[in-house]
Design a protein around this ligand. Structure first.
Ligand code: ZN
Ligand code: ZN
Length: 135
C-alpha cells in the first residue's frame, strides 16, 4: 500500500500541513518523517508536531518520540500511532454531554496527553470533521 507522510503542526489552529519532498512517499517515509520531526523543522522550532499518514484521506496519526513530556503523555524512543477513525470517535466523544457514557470513556482513553481535546480540535480539518457540528 502506498502512503504519503506529512508533518502536522498543531501549534496553529487549524493545524498546518507541512509538505516535505524527503518523506513524501517511498518505502521508508515513516522513518524519514520521524527523523525530520526529531531534527526540527525550519519555521516550526518548538512547535507541537505530529505525523500524518495519508492514503487519501488521512488514515493514521503518529505522536513522535519526544524527550520532553507533553501535557499528560510521555513515550520516549517511540512514536504512538493511532488510526484516524479512532481519533474522530474520540473527538466526538470528548464533546459529548458531561455525564454521558461517551464522555466518560473519552476521559479514560489511553495516552490522554497525546490526544487532548485541544490537540484534536486543531486536527479537526485533517480529520474531515465539519466545523460547527458540535458544541
Ligand atoms: Zn508550527
Ligand atoms: Zn504523545
Amino acid at each position: 500500500m502506498s502512503s504519503m507522510y506529512r508533518i502536522l503542526c498543531l501549534s496553529h489552529d487549524p493545524a498546518i500541513v507541512i509538505e516535505h519532498p524527503e518523506f513524501h512517499s517511498g518505502s521508508n517515509g515513516r522513518e524519514l518523517a520521524e527523523a525530520v520531526v526529531l531534527r526540527g523543522i525550519e519555521g516550526h522550532k518548538g512547535c507541537d508536531l505530529l505525523i500524518g499518514r495519508y492514503s487519501y484521506p488521512l488514515i493514521e496519526v503518529g505522536c513522535p518520540d519526544r524527550t520532553r513530556e507533553h501535557v499528560g503523555g510521555y513515550h520516549p524512543h517511540h512514536t504512538v500511532w493511532v488510526d484516524a477513525i479512532w481519533l474522530k470517535l474520540l473527538y466526538l466523544a470528548q464533546r459529548a454531554p458531561k455525564d454521558s457514557p461517551e464522555r466518560q470513556l473519552a476521559e479514560r482513553a489511553p495516552m490522554p496527553g497525546c490526544w487532548t481535546p485541544e490537540r484534536l480540535h486543531c486536527l479537526r480539518t485533517e480529520l474531515d470533521l465539519a466545523e460547527g457540528t458540535t458544541q
